[in-house]
Design a protein around this ligand. Structure first.
Ligand code: ATP
Ligand code: MG
Length: 405
């Protein structure tokens, strides 16, 4: 018993105090743990939310990945909707195919609509008509930046174009009062670089009409198989933007004479031209739309396009005469630092056979000669050297075009 005396002897108080201390310590510890637990739970919640976000992202990416792995769709044009199915024509190879569609989709499909087809040529979805083909060939501007003052030596032509294009747009009531149909369009023809495109732009600028430009060559070369539709679109766009001036540049590309060769490209051009002719014929009810066309290959044009009622005026835009050349020199040197010794009348005399575009090139070249000579003022000799250079170049290109003709 004696060996436990110490224990027994320990004061009861002390024991209790230490117990108390222990409990307190434990309680404190518990409190800390609870706080930690709380914190962990918060973190867990955050992590869960984060996890959710990643899960969603993963799903989205998986979906996208799947879509990317799918084979591409092809674009085709509906030719005919028949009882047996829909006849479509693929772009690019022009092959026709008969394909089935669901009744639901059939309601959305009509001839000439563009559709997306899959590998087995089933129609997957119709494409909206607004798909940007139009934008790619047509340039729609409120008003281009060329004015009549920028054009030299074409007074008569300018007058005639204004009469046919501007007047009917500005004073339609005059034509009503007089009792004649306003002219529907003009065709400008003449050698390259004589200001045909400029003239068309200047008219559009003057009239506040929307100017819709389409280049015939692009129509034919870039959008094989879509030419006829694009011509129709062109007139649709014009109707949406009335009053409008439609400018068909290089019309020879779509309205060339039928040639002997019966290649498919030829047939395509024919279809495009037919569409153009029919749009032009139905023109009187079209309201405030005028057409200007231009070509430097008048000889190539199919006579059908020249029949009365299509273009009311055929306006020749020739190379400028000496007087015209002088004015064009003055126009293109307006902003240039030209020495007093420069005599534009003499230059115009010397540069015979120059087109407006040639004269513009001469002015730029003359400036280059001055720069090469470290001068800021352009002298008569610079213009002379420039003309020699431009003349030689244009002779060369004449030779080339003769070889190709
Ligand atoms: N009569 C002119 N007056 C002033 N500048 C002219 C004239 N003719 C041509 N030019 C100049 O030449 C450039 C080309 O002219 P434009 O594009 O109008 O020729 P085009 O007759 O349409 O030729 P193309 O038949 O090759 O299309 C113009 O941007 C202008 O700088
Ligand atoms: Mg032109």
């Amino acid at each position: 018993m004696s060996d436990t005396v110490d224990d027994v002897d320990l004061p009861y108080d002390e024991d209790e105090a230490s117990q108390q201390e222990k409990i307190q310590a434990l309680e404190e510890r518990l409190e800390i743990l609870e706080a930690q637990n709380e914190e962990m739970r918060d973190k867990l919640l955050d992590a869960n939310a984060e996890n959710n976000k990643y899960q969603q992202k993963l799903e989205r990416l998986t979906h996208e990945n799947k879509k990317l792995k799918q084979s591409p769709l092809f674009v085709a044009t509906v030719q005919e909707v028949t009882d047996e199915g829909v006849i479509i024509k693929q772009h690019g190879n022009n092959q026709e195919a008969l394909t089935e569609v669901t009744d639901e989709m059939r309601a959305d499909i009509e001839p000439d609509a563009r559709v997306a087809v899959n590998n087995s040529l089933s129609i997957v979805k119709p494409l909206s008509n607004e798909t940007d083909v139009r934008a790619r060939v047509m340039e729609v501007t409120e008003s281009p930046e060329v004015s009549y003052e920028d054009i030299g030596g074409l007074e008569e032509q300018m007058q005639e174009v204004r009469e046919t294009v501007e007047m009917p747009l500005e004073k339609p009531e005059m034509f009503d009062d007089v009792g004649i149909d306003p002219p529907s369009g003009v065709l400008l023809y003449g050698p390259p670089g004589t200001g045909k495109t400029m003239l068309a732009k200047a008219v559009a600028n003057q009239t506040d009409a929307t100017f819709i430009k389409m280049a015939g060559s692009e129509l034919v070369h870039k959008f094989i198989g879509e030419g006829a539709k694009l011509v129709r679109d062109l007139f649709d766009v014009a109707r949406e933007h009335e009053p409008a001036v439609i400018f068909i540049d290089e019309i020879d590309a779509i309205a060339a004479k039928r040639t002997e060769s019966k290649t498919s490209g030829d047939a395509e051009v024919q279809r495009t031209m037919m569409q153009l002719l029919s749009e032009m014929d139905g023109f009187e009810e079209r309201g405030e739309i005028r057409i200007i066309a231009a070509t430097n290959r008048f000889d190539m044009l199919d006579r059908a396009i020249l029949r009365p009622g299509r273009f009311d005026r055929l306006i020749e835009v020739p190379k400028p005469n000496a007087e015209g050349r002088e004015i064009i020199f003055e126009i293109h040197t307006r902003g240039m630092n030209v020495s007093d010794d420069v005599d534009f009348a003499a230059l115009a005399e010397e540069a015979d056979n120059a087109s407006g575009a040639d004269i513009k090139a001469v002015c730029t070249e003359a400036g280059m000669f001055a720069i090469r000579d470290d001068r800021t003022e352009i002298r008569m000799e610079d213009f002379r050297s420039a003309w020699d250079k431009v003349e030689a170049e244009s002779d060369e290109s004449d030779e080339v075009s003769k070889t190709f003709a």
